[in-house]
Design a binder for this molecule. Structure first.
Ligand code: SF4
Ligand code: F3S
Ligand code: FES
Length: 248
């Protein structure tokens, strides 16, 4: 069963642009990315769109669909009624390059700043050993596909461009939490989380967790525990005294 859907797609570049209306055929079982591809093939050959796997695994096809940050390849057309106008716009938190493609290099710059995994020395037989129970918490964060939907959603950087210099965003809070929870990592990341990556800017609105296509509980399982560990360090009187007399 096919029908014609009405799409409004943002077209333009860094100098400006606007929403353009299209009517595009939809077939049963299709997702928004299928419709964008059909639009490209039939009516707008130069429409810029980033995608790769069409399976929710590469994190490339992020966009805002009816104002909500989503992966186009995981958004089924059956989510909408046939009469609905479907608006597709680029991620708002990052500068537009062209049409639906944004410059997400902010995220790669943040990734490069995170101090690398620093494992303790290997055991005498040359192996690293860890127990499953010890890695379970940090494993959740390894599911991240770096789609940047959480980064796009977080109001701290979405609504205040100037905050990008101080706050790296939710994806990098869970990267820090992942390393901090890793049983073999030797680096103490708590001061850096607060001072260099801006953990204190997060006011726990949890919007990042709501949009994550991997279902990662960024706030409850990553950011809040990291905040608690920073507080433990900073406000424990013995830790404070130790740091003052140069032992920590
Ligand atoms: Fe995307 Fe989730 Fe990773 Fe954020 S944490 S970049 S929303 S997969
Ligand atoms: Fe932003 Fe997520 Fe915190 S949306 S404010 S990082 S809980
Ligand atoms: Fe890879 Fe959508 S195309 S996640």
């Amino acid at each position: 069963m096919s029908y014609d859907a009405r799409f409004r797609v943002w077209r333009g570049d860094a100098s400006g642009g606007d929403l353009q209306d299209f009517t595009v055929e939809v077939n049963e079982g299709e997702v928004v990315l299928d419709i964008i591809h059909r639009l490209q093939a039939t009516q707008a050959g130069d429409l810029a769109v980033r995608w790769n796997c069409k399976a929710g695994k590469c994190g490339s096809c992020s966009a805002e669909i009816n104002g909500r940050p989503r992966l186009m390849c995981l958004t089924r057309m059956s989510t909408f009624t046939e009469a609905e106008v479907i608006t597709v716009t680029p991620l708002r938190t990052f500068p537009v390059i062209r049409d639906l493609v944004t410059d997400v290099s902010f995220n790669y710059e943040q990734a490069a700043r995170i101090p690398a995994f620093a494992p303790q020395p290997r055991d005498a037989d040359g192996n690293h050993r860890m127990m499953q129970v010890d890695v379970e918490r940090s494993q959740e964060f390894r599911k991240c596909i770096e789609c940047w939907l959480c980064q796009d959603t977080c109001h701290v950087i979405r609504d205040h461009e100037g905050n990008k210099a101080a706050f790296s965003g939710p994806r990098f809070m869970i990267r820090l939490a992942e390393l901090d929870m890793h049983p073999l990592d030797t680096e103490d990341r708590r001061d850096a989380a607060q001072d260099d990556f801006g953990l204190g800017y997060c006011n726990i609105t949890k919007c990042c967790s709501e949009v994550c296509p991997e279902g990662i509980h960024l706030t409850d399982n990553g950011i809040i525990p990291l905040k608690e560990r920073v507080v433990d360090r900073r406000y424990d009187p013995l830790t404070w005294l130790g740091s003052k007399i140069g032992r920590r």
